[in-house]
Design a protein around this ligand. Structure first.
Ligand code: DC
Length: 226
């Protein structure tokens, strides 16, 4: 039987974590877990109930009402279910990003989701992306990668992605939101975004998709011995 291993991928928004991790998972035949989607699911619920995502007491009060499930569809894609309803599309609405970022700063929210993430890694080989995977969720992961790029490059990529999905937004606005989210995610007291001491830094500002993917595969193969 193949040994179970985990790959933790952390970094700021727009660094290419999900696209790259998905491709690496497909290449290695392991499971891709997008943990941002779980925070987005809570963000979406809070948004749909008109709750201020910065009001910690109000957010904590609704946690017992939430049943969050992650299921893999036939296409291999991760779908998010909120109280039985598939919210995979809704959680990608642009306004949900800041809701997710705000609720994720609440320690009780993080604790609520911790076990669910660890359980995924106990069950199968995973490549899990987020902000605190290498530092908090899977501190013993065999491989840790910190993926980053200049904020302008990340904003440009996000702008292009939105445009392709039919959402035209001024670049300046996308950049400002990216900077705000970077600040939020790396300055919060609970599990802030930071590179784990034993993580390998992969800077994608000047690397294309294929080069970045090859670099990640090289790091993983070396560390896991596959
Ligand atoms: O990766 P993403 O943009 O979908 O994540 C949405 C927000 O969720 C992000 O701004 C910070 C938060 N998040 C987190 O705090 N910890 C994680 N492991 C993943 C995401």
């Amino acid at each position: 039987m193949r040994k179970i291993y985990s790959v933790a991928v952390d970094g700021p928004s727009g660094a290419g974590k999900s696209t790259l991790s998905k491709a690496v998972a497909a290449e290695l035949g392991i499971v891709y877990v997008d943990t941002g989607a779980i925070y987005r699911t809570i963000g979406y619920y809070v948004f749909s109930k008109n709750i201020d995502p910065k009001d910690a007491a109000a957010v904590i009060a609704v946690l017992p009402q939430l049943e969050i499930e992650m299921r893999y569809a036939d296409d291999g894609l991760q779908h998010m279910y909120l109280n039985g309803q598939d919210v995979t599309k809704e959680i990608r609405l642009p306004q949900i990003s800041m809701y997710a970022s705000n609720v994720s700063a609440i320690p009780e929210v993080r604790t609520f989701l911790l076990e669910m993430q660890r359980e995924m890694a106990r069950r199968s080989c995973v490549i899990m992306d987020g902000r605190d995977i290498g530092t908090v969720v899977l501190p013993d992961a065999e491989v840790k990668i910190f993926l980053t790029a200049d904020v302008e490059v990340r904003a440009q990529r996000r702008w292009e992605e939105l445009r392709q999905r039919g959402t035209e937004r001024p670049y300046k606005e996308v950049l400002r939101e990216m900077e705000e989210r970077d600040f939020n995610d790396s300055h919060r007291a609970a599990a802030p975004l930071k590179q784990a001491d034993d993580a390998v830094l992969v800077e994608t500002s000047v690397l294309g998709f294929e080069e970045s993917k090859a670099k990640m595969l090289q790091v993983i193969r070396e560390k896991v011995g596959i």
